[in-house]
Design a protein around this ligand. Structure first.
Ligand code: GTP
Ligand code: MG
Length: 246
């Protein structure tokens, strides 16, 4: 990101923040008055397993990974209320966006946050001990209210993962886009050029896409290696579609 004014970052208000009515608090901590940042995009998302897994793929091998997926998909805080399983995803824009949102969020571990940075958002989080069926302790889960991109590269990956270009006003888009001439569908982890019953249309001719996404789809279609996985591109197109199988 060369233009500092256009620097963007992704913030997620996680299910524990929603459950504890801390949404307003988080938004006000991140407001333009406090951070100098402005909104470039915002939406309510029912997080699919696919999106959660791609978002946190760097943690795939960690012991806390399964509980992290349960947490971000809302299954922990709204186990009995699927209609409330959601997060609020926001793109913030402005000078030092990545660093500013990370600073206000604070350390990952809520206990550390309370010790080292009282008053930061994550100082209001909690740590939950995880037990197996016999009651034996098998680890812990960090409920820390907010996600914030850690670097410029992570912000680019995450904004493209969660948002379609047309969910961000054209003059605020930080990454290159292309208008597709192709038609692509998705079904059973495969990219299709033609509709099949049960498939979801991810892009139609005339749609504006992230350039890197369209380039990846073209390579995947040819059976060649792309810069990102098919799931990384399609996850956002399946959001709020009601296709829970994905
Ligand atoms: P995010 O903004 O959520 O990405 O947090 P982060 O960048 O501060 O931390 P990181 O990306 O390393 O971890 C992602 C999430 O995994 C954290 O928000 C925590 O919920 C969880 N997590 C990270 N490290 C640990 C750990 O050591 N133990 C446990 N139990 N959970 C962890
Ligand atoms: Mg992180």
């Amino acid at each position: 990101m060369r233009n500092k004014e256009l620097e963007q970052t992704l913030a997620l208000i996680k299910p524990d923040a929603l459950k504890n009515s801390l949404t307003g608090y988080v938004l006000s901590q991140l407001s333009e008055f406090h951070t100098g940042l402005i909104y470039a995009g915002a939406k309510v998302v029912h997080v699919t397993r696919m999106l959660a897994e791609v978002h946190y793929e760097e943690h795939l091998d960690k012991v806390f990974y399964p509980s992290l997926i349960e947490y971000i998909t809302g299954h922990v805080h709204y186990a009995e209320k699927p209609h409330r399983q959601r997060v609020i995803a926001i793109v913030y824009q402005g000078p030092d966006a990545v660093k500013r949102v990370r600073d206000v969020s604070g350390p990952t571990n809520p206990h550390t946050a309370r010790e080292q940075k009282p008053g930061c958002i994550r100082s209001l989080g909690t740590i939950v001990t995880l037990k197996d069926d016999t009651g034996k302790e098998i680890g812990e889960r960090m409920d820390n209210l907010i996600h914030a991109s850690a670097t410029d590269d992570e912000a680019e990956r995450e904004i493209k993962l969660w948002f379609k270009p047309n969910e961000i006003p054209p003059s605020m888009r930080a990454y290159s886009t292309l208008r597709s001439e192709e038609l692509y569908y998705f079904k059973d982890e495969k990219l299709l050029a033609k509709f099949e019953p049960g498939s979801v249309c991810v892009v139609a001719p005339g749609d504006v896409m992230w350039k890197s996404d369209l380039e990846a789809l073209r390579l995947i279609q040819k059976g060649e290696e792309a810069s990102c996985s098919l799931r990384t591109v399609v996850a956002k197109y399946l959001l709020n579609e009601g296709t829970e199988g994905h």
